[in-house]
Design a protein around this ligand. Sequence first.
Ligand SMILES: NC(=O)c1ccc[n+]([C@@H]2O[C@H](COP(=O)([O-])OP(=O)(O)OC[C@H]3O[C@@H](n4cnc5c(N)ncnc54)[C@H](O)[C@@H]3O)[C@@H](O)[C@H]2O)c1
Length: 449
Amino acid sequence: MKEKNLKRKDRIEAPKGPLGVLIPGIGGAVSTTFIAGVELVRKGLAEPIGSLSQLATIRLGKRTERRSPKIKDFIPLASLDDLVFGGWDIYEANAFEAALYARVLRRDHLDSIKDFLSTVRPMKAVFDRQFVRNLDGTFIKEDRDLRARVEALKEDIALFRLTHGAERCVMIWCGSTEIFLKQEDDIHGSIEALQKAIDRNDPRIPPSMLYAVAALESGVPFINGAPNLTIDIPAMLELSVTRNVPIAGKDFKTGQTLMKTILAPGLKARMLGLEGWYSTNILGNRDGLVLDDKDSFRTKEESKLSVLEYILQPHLYPTLYKNYYHKVTINYYPPRGDNKEGWDCIDIFGWLGYPMQIKVDFLCRDSILAAPLVADLALFMDLAQRVGMSGIQEWLSFYFKSPMHKEDLYPEHDLFIQLMKLKNTLRYLMGEEQITHFGLDYYMNGESE
Ligand SMILES: NC(=O)c1ccc[n+]([C@@H]2O[C@H](COP(=O)([O-])OP(=O)(O)OC[C@H]3O[C@@H](n4cnc5c(N)ncnc54)[C@H](O)[C@@H]3O)[C@@H](O)[C@H]2O)c1
């Protein structure tokens, strides 16, 4: 992405017309909670709590200027009113039926928008059980040929655009977590290698990659809400840059990892040591069922484990963080449904090495935490596309457990640095000063500029 390609301030056009949100996994708990939530907000029946794009303000200029507009009034984002929804699932249920199944939202909430939700129907999915073993849906495209599957998805996208008059679309993967895959250069190393692998029906190519290729080749930004490898490979980066389309991922930062990236920067800021961090969860939704398969869990585990290492930087602080023990488990426990319970036992040490303990018991709702992230990501990725940003959108790290990053950089996990990065990007795009929180300038030479 070259700076001269970026449209800034006066050239960012206001978004016109509908914005299509295309979701692989549209019948899932996160997707239906997102779609229903947007409609409830549009109808004035609920508030978009948890959504930065809808609620947060952004400070501009000096503190003395007292300029803090809402983000949505500051930068030309699409409105929630503009969103139209489409997507794919391996189960045929419409969004109303699927939301009932997910048991996240209350019946009175769902009944009040039943007519709308019933019109949101999935398209047949591209699915391969080899990559998600614990599901057995049958609403799937029959063609076994991988290239034909990509083409069928592209036709779906084109038809959706036409039917909804949605010139602009974003695709956001809210499908199940696929099994753990490692980058392999012979199929992932370049777009040529990936295209060849698709053409020869290489069995190592998972459905999520076919969706991503279809999106990028259709000029549709792709966001990965799951920990799957999907777009985290050189081939996809190349495709997104050559097609001038942004990509972002991966794995929505909710629940326990959200807490971890709030707490760990605080411990490090105060130079408190860490002996061990034991995290365990019970979860009873379909995601929990999928993660009961050890290979799908491995994908999730990698995503969850990396967080502390990058925040605590043991190589810089060996006395504090060299040998801490970090364990994460997820247990499938049906009675809890989507209402996950996450426990953290954190063993820390302070002055002279004296031990202390922190216990966190987070009774959260997975999809309630994830839905506003889907909304924000759809709006920000549409913005990125309109201003001409392509490739990895590191400024959206705020939303992810494993933020994508340039090869020679390390990821930024600290929630507060991520937030600053996001807001400074918005300021930059709108031609406002970056805010560094330096502050000494207010006291220098008696001036307060
Ligand atoms: N809820 C959270 O807090 C959270 C946080 C981070 C990541 N995630 C990830 O988001 C994803 C969705 O979570 P969820 O709780 O909604 O799960 P879910 O099981 O309720 O929904 C996933 C949906 O994807 C569908 N699906 C699976 N493979 C598909 C394919 N190839 N094409 C189309 N549809 C397919 C399933 O049928 C299901 O309806 C999961 O990968 C999960 O790990 C969720």
